[in-house]
Design a protein around this ligand. Sequence first.
Ligand code: PLP
Length: 461
Amino acid sequence: MQRSLKAQAHASSISAVLSRDLRQQAPVITKSSGIYYYTADGRRIIDACGGSAVACVGHDNARVKTAVRKQMDTVPYCHSQFFTTAASEELAATVIDSTKGRMARLLTLSSGSEALEAALKLARQYYLELRNPQPSRKHFIARLPSYHGATLTTLGIGGHLGRRGPFEPILPTNSSRVSQCNTYRGLGDGESIEAYVSRLVQELDDEFARFPEGTVCAFVAEPVTGASTGTVPAPHGYFDGVKRVCEKHGALLILDEVMCGMGRTGTMHAWEQENVVPNIQVIGKAFGAGYVPISGVLIDREVNRVLESGTSKFSHGQSFQAHPSACAAALEVQNIIKEDGLLSNVREMGSRLATSLHTAVASHSNVGEIRGRGLFWSIEVVRDKVTKEPLPLELSAGYSIHELAMQEPYNICLYPGKGTVDGVVGDHVLIAPPYNVTPAEIDMIVERVATVLSDFFSFKQ
Ligand code: PLP
């Protein structure tokens, strides 16, 4: 495969990618099924990243489509302020059950950004409804880099410099950021992982101390970072540490599992692998597997207890909240994951993906790091493997590799990520196949990724 693809690789495609000629020409999709997209020009493209880690049960799942159709035929829509449905009640019970009762209530919305907004509001509402209210809590601490959504407030909380850029002057300013936990980019010379984790936990504690006591609402972080840096899991102990700091300052821990949650890392919730339970958890993407737009906010028993003894209602109302057809799809996705034992397939295929990627590309002189968890993996590419020197920003290597991979003869979709001027984020591509991916499909993905990387860098040099 490697040699034949290489032989077929069109130098003109590669040079077009490098000169940006192919940008913006999105292929028209006429059909999608399993891990494949079929294009109007007759190609079959492997979806190796589930869009943006969304399509977790493949593209043509009959059960999910039937569930949505059935809901459409009965109650396609009702307003959650006045009514509820079996689909939304059952979905809430299923998701809460999947947390082994650690989370107490679910609010369903339509996108990750909206869910993050609602989570921030809920954190504030919690402090207002305490027996002794704490209205001075209005600051949020997040991380740099990070990404928590595209709306003004979530963009303002997040540390995605590229996406914040033009909107900086109109972003809310009631947030600040501490370093993300990234051993590849952040570990000091000769520093042990334990010392690094302690240093970052201390940095968070110091950040809290910069603000008057009782003014920080919550610390917001992704258990495995996705869209900003490409699947960076923190070493075990980090989340333990940050939760203790939040407790010390009486603030809440909000975990953003929009990209890494709902099974993607091999457990239903990424926090299950971290020995912590968040106070508020945000989910999205794989929740509805891409068949419908749906996201959610979960609150733990303590936050729920305070709300129950207060207004008992989320101070948040949107037209499409608890949308019946969306809930029906997400419920069927949860049933499929459970009944088909997909979490163990995520772990098994994740381990195959990791091992094969290491075997196939780790020794490449431009591969800096291969990292991830479950079926959530990234390859960071660098100019110098030893010094970790990033590639020139103008090459936009993550995006250029994506563009090349989308061409004949590679025909594979990888999710791209761009490096930053300060070098804290390196160019990367992200791989997130569906939870029901087969060994043969994993092998095909790895083979194509290896060929794309090899062709890209051999042409460039
Ligand atoms: N949070 C994280 C961690 C994400 O990765 C994203 C999207 O990439 C969001 C929030 C925003 O989700 P959405 O694009 O559904 O609004």
